[in-house]
Design a protein. Sequence first.
Length: 343
Amino acid sequence: MPKITIYDVAKRAGVGIGTVSRVLNNSGNVSESTRQKVQEAIKALQFKPNYAARKLPRKSDQRNIGVVTQPFQSYHSFVERLRGVQSTLNNAADNFEIILFSVNTLDQFDHQIKSIAQNGMVEALLVIDFATDKSQRNHLNTVGIPYIEINHNMHADWPCIATDNYRGGALAADYLYELGHQRIAYIGDVFENPYNFTTSEERFSGFSERLAELGVPIADAYVHLGPHGFEAARLLTRELLDQVNDKPTAIFVMSDMQALGCIRELQASGYRVPEDVSVLGYDNLEISDVVQLSTIDQYVQLSGQRAIEYLLEVQIDKDAQPDVLSEQVIIPRQTTCSVDQGA
């Protein structure tokens, strides 16, 4: 008897494999009636996801999905995205493996894309944070390698899962302003970087322009930029505290791990969070819930899941389209409070 796969379940339920994957992962954005149809198909076909398949030796029919990204050791959002990628593959496709390609420069990125296309080492490709150019996409299209990007290109007319950093920054401004804060600082990555990543600049632009609209423009002395990372954020926070007389009552930090570094330095300097200084991060990593960090959810894990769902779907339906992410939302926790609640 042939092995029952996620494709069989999707066909019987009359849905895409992405929907089946979301049901298997207990993910949201699936109506109750659709969830029930999928569960009935799973039961009727006696489909059993093979969670242990990842630990078995490779089979001769092994297929590979490539993931291209920058060196990711210090970017915890990558780890969250990869968790979404891996959990989806665990449930949906036993014969797929992930191959990671880490690139340090844009030239290396270009070389890697062309090498992947030339060597045919993967059957599908996920590009995280980088944006492909027309030549690179042509190389992939010519050899028939489906691909998808996770970045911030909101207007791409090729497969892309994007998040609106500008809107996220404006959302942060609205949230802190509504809490009554007037002296608000920003800590983030330097705008110019070897990868041409625009995340920090886009978040700051949305944040600063919205504050200006609200009548509380951010002072230059309240903007501190540096390398990405926990320790760098501690140093930036120290610089901020040393260089301003009127200390900020709130700080918007461009990522959750940097926000944790900011909090560590504030506490080491004798400030209470949030009573003296509120701190808002951006990502909503798993650790953020553990430490009760207020943050903006950009659905990093879900973006990895959606990307892989698309790459699996497009294997059987060339006209498949990636599902879009929900818009960012504020997750208020214990590191922010209103000015009235402070000392």
